[in-house]
Design a protein around this ligand. Sequence first.
Ligand SMILES: Nc1ncnc2c1ncn2[C@@H]1O[C@H](COP(=O)(O)OP(=O)(O)OP(=O)(O)O)[C@@H](O)[C@H]1O
Length: 561
Amino acid sequence: MITHLDLPVILHNEKRGLLTVEDGRLDVLQLSSDGRPPRRLLSSPLRNFLRAYLATSKPDQEQKNRRLDLHSLSQKDRTLRLVKLHVLVEPINVSEAERWVDNIMSASYGSIKPFRRVLLLVNPVGGKGKAKSIVHDAVMPILEAAGCVVDKRETTHRLHAEEIAREIELDYDVIATSSGDGLVYEVINGLAVRSDARRALQIPVAPIPTGSANAVCINLFGVEDTFNIPLSCLNVIKGRRLPIDLCSVLLLPSMTRRFSFLSAATGLMVDLDIGTENLRWMGDARFTVGFLRGIVGNKGSKCRLKLKVVQDDKVEMAREAREQARVRKGTKVVGGGVNPLVNGVKTLGLNGGTSGSGMVQDHGDEVTPISAADPDDDYVPDHGPIHAAKPLDPDSTWLTIESPTSKPTIKPKTNTARSLDTSAALSQNRNDWLDGQSVLYFYAGMMPWAARDLNQWPVAIAGDGLIDVVVQSVVPRLTLVNAITGAAEGEAYWLDSQHYYKVSAIVAENLDKANQPIFTIDGESFPWDSFHIELHRRIANLLSLDGDFYASNFVQKHEKK
Ligand SMILES: Nc1ncnc2c1ncn2[C@@H]1O[C@H](COP(=O)(O)OP(=O)(O)OP(=O)(O)O)[C@@H](O)[C@H]1O
């Protein structure tokens, strides 16, 4: 039990100072000699504290003052800035200072091991092409200030990150990717095809948002902090393990297999990702533009979908997502506009354990067999490969959704986004697929947000072993244009035309190969004849500041319903 966290020091201006740790904060105080109250020079929450380092002394210099370095991220509103300061410790206080350093490090890191070994992959052409300078100017200084051991490698060509992940020694604590979702996808795919895939995938991946599509960062840090570089660095340094499911997507007839952690799409959503590459300069605004363009085209997706449905009750799915958020975060749902900078690692107690309700699962960064935590898990606790993919064999219990091959039928619905009333939707809960409807898009996802302005799967739960599937039927254009307003908040979930299922397997057949040759996996395009998706539960890992996805307004808003 830590009882004493004050340390007398000499400040840079040679005045006397005191370092105090109290209520989860470090304060650096300048003491006055004339009885006036002390002056606060720095006040930093411990969740942002990176490192305390007491210089060693040579045998003949034991009677000299010792330098103590303090590195932290100072925080003003949502802005984090690296602060490095040093003070001097007098010889008489050295033993106390050594204890103080140990104490502040364990209070700041809890069960997280400091000084992580980081493989940092940098895509110099991702997003607006600024990754190299962002890494040089902002990322490396923060990681180094935290004492991380960084192996930085630039990718030189497409799929280079995948090649690296296939070959690396598994002696990193984290693989950080400075790019967009594409590099995370490549790393996951590289790790997943290894003969020791199950062990390799235990190394968590932590994205640093220097790409244009950074859906993972939205899901980890929220809409407002998606591009918060220092926050993403803090996640590399102190993030907690977040086990996620992977989809194994088998393409027929080529029998090509890819792993997906984010999404699979047909129809309008393909145009949104692939049809907007020339708009990359816009950043993530390109997706709204793509959506509007797609609606104007109003192309349907001619397909036969077979879904192994586990849950199709929208009210129940929303309730479960809410409950999940409540249980994971403690007694109160957090998120939804709540600053992850505040939620972050705040539950670390001074003793290094967790404080508060005790309901927060602290995964730390130890490699634990996931199956030990969840008896229902299909995780195989060996360190071998992921079993080979084979075509699925849907039976009559699967739901079949087939677009008519004749002219699309447009069925106007009364429930537009503008007139969306959740309580009305709750009482109606119309989620049944009516035969004869045309499919505008099929979009399967593993995390809530597809883009900052699209919370497409608001009831997605990390590592629940289920794929969230949206099948949007063709409706009048105005309905979809109106739906854009609530899309960022996940409100389109309640549209009658947006059919929503939690499934454990999918077969999607292309009924018009000439006009819709491709589908996308995690935003990358592939030839589409048919694809079969099965799920591997909690087999891969990301890092997040509280061990879960960022909790959306959607989960909070419907709490009382
Ligand atoms: N040096 C390189 N030259 C060309 N392409 C590269 C290089 N390094 C990586 N790539 C490729 O860049 C692509 C885009 O990466 P990523 O998705 O991470 O960034 P992005 O800017 O968000 O792109 P997108 O908008 O397509 O998601 C990936 O397919 C990756 O293989």
